[in-house]
Design a protein around this ligand. Structure first.
Ligand code: IMP
Length: 423
């Protein structure tokens, strides 16, 4: 499993793509088109939102698991984009139990964010939260409903009556038309998606029974988790490792390796607490150098120094077996690099994440400062290519986390990783 350990955008797509070559199957287990996984292959950049990163290998079956919420329009656009660039998507499979993102989910995401004003969450406006809310409320439409027009229409009519009442009476919006939605979903999308719909739990277990390797690809990240993240500034699914069992139909004993992916610094899109956040010229320098703008929304990301307190919590929540540290080349130009090793508030030291979020909002980071390496790391392929200062930075993070770092990312390309035996 590959799981993000921060607030997303750690480089999961690239890492998944790197290790996917040893896999028979790559399964997305939660989230939807709020994800933005960027992969660079032979100088060509691909941005994926829904399709698992394994799609670029001919021998891999990419699977969209039951835990994902699927916007069919985005899915089909993504297939068309990939096929148009010569990537075969015919092996893609979509769980019949995955829920559909509907036009009223997107409309409600937009109007509720507007309604919240300065308290808005800063969502991707893709309808993700409303789709998961309907799943929990048991009024969601599932991918398998696309195969039965009668059932689809019955469910749609019931749910749309309520949604239109909310849109019109609470938010003063025009009601949506059931005929319009049914036309698009049943006539336009269903014929193209039907051949991809499968019993994905069966597929995954057949692969495991045959001794094949399956990779679980998390979207978003640990601190955007609905239960364990900085609620309410979270997404509406469970990116943590436990979520993979639910979202792919596996038991905990089926999972034997959990790779936590962490950037050498931290970014966040949207609102919420961020203890090591940088403001001012230091932030501007990092954002410019690291091109920290959202893949999906284009928004400028918030940036800060690496936070080992959060990392230790991510190790616990995901039972990480190792860490892949990415983008440390973006720190090449700094004279000094910092790692937050603990927090402090009112004379009390916190080595672990305080459970009370009001504390997290107010803490001051305690930093360990290291001299920067001021060397271009992008061509490094082995640990011996890295200056001692860069290796010290990696070693400090591994020591603080308490689990080994085996891969260090030094550039956007699939092969720009330095492999360590273990730091
Ligand atoms: P939602 O998932 O669109 O509901 O957005 C909820 C929060 O999660 C917002 O702060 C988003 O910016 C954040 N978010 C959702 N998906 C991603 C992602 O793939 N990377 C980074 N942040 C994300």
């Amino acid at each position: 499993m590959v799981v993000g350990t921060q607030w997303g955008d750690e480089g999961k797509g690239k890492l998944t793509d790197l290790i996917a070559k040893e896999m028979a199957m790559v399964v997305r287990y939660q989230g939807g088109h709020n994800a933005g996984h960027t992969i660079v292959i032979d100088g060509e950049t691909f941005a994926l939102q829904l399709i698992p990163s394994g799609v670029f290998y001919d021998h891999i079956v990419p699977v969209i698991g039951n835990g994902v919420v699927v916007d069919p329009k985005t899915l089909l656009n993504e297939i068309d984009m990939l096929e148009g660039r010569g990537v075969d998507c015919s092996r893609l499979r979509v769980s019949g139990n995955a829920h559909l993102v509907m036009p009223y989910h997107q409309e409600l995401d937009r109007v509720t964010e507007r309604y919240l004003g300065k308290n808005k969450l800063g969502t991707t406006l893709g309808g993700i939260g409303p789709a998961y809310a309907d799943k929990a409320a048991r009024i969601g439409l599932r991918v398998q409903d696309l195969l039965d027009a009668k059932i689809f229409r019955e469910k749609l009519d019931v749910v749309l009556r309520e949604k239109n009442a909310i849109l019109a009476k609470v938010y003063n919006r025009l009601p949506l038309s059931a005929d319009d939605i049914a036309g698009r979903y049943l006539d336009e999308y269903a014929p193209r998606i039907a051949p991809l719909i499968a019993d994905c739990v069966g597929l995954v277990h057949d692969a495991l029974d045959a001794g094949q390797h399956v990779l679980l690809e998390g979207a978003q990240a640990t601190f955007l988790d609905l239960d364990h993240g900085t609620y309410p500034f979270v997404t509406s699914s469970n990116p943590v490792a436990g979520g993979a069992c639910v979202g792919a139909g596996l038991g905990p004993r089926d999972i034997d390796r959990v790779i936590g992916i962490a950037k050498g610094y931290i970014t966040r899109v949207g609102a919420g607490p961020f203890p090591t956040e940088l403001i001012g010229p230091e932030a501007d320098a990092l954002i410019e150098r690291a091109r920290e703008f959202g893949t999906v929304t284009g928004r400028r990301r918030r940036v800060g120094w690496f936070d080992a307190v959060m990392m230790r919590q991510a190790v616990r929540l995901n039972s990480l077996s190792e860490i892949a540290l990415t983008k440390i080349d973006k720190l090449d130009a700094f004279d000094t690099v910092k790692v937050c090793v603990a927090y402090e508030l009112d004379g009390k030291r916190y080595d672990h994440l305080p459970y009370h979020q009001s504390v997290l909002h107010k803490v001051t980071p305690i930093y360990e400062e290291l001299p920067g390496w001021r060397t271009d790391l992008s061509t490094a392929t082995e640990p011996s290519d890295m200056p001692a200062e860069a290796k010290n930075f990696v070693a400090l993070i591994a020591e603080q986390a308490g689990v080994p770092i085996r891969l260090v990312g030094v550039g956007p390309s699939r092969d720009q990783f330095v492999h360590f035996a273990a730091v």
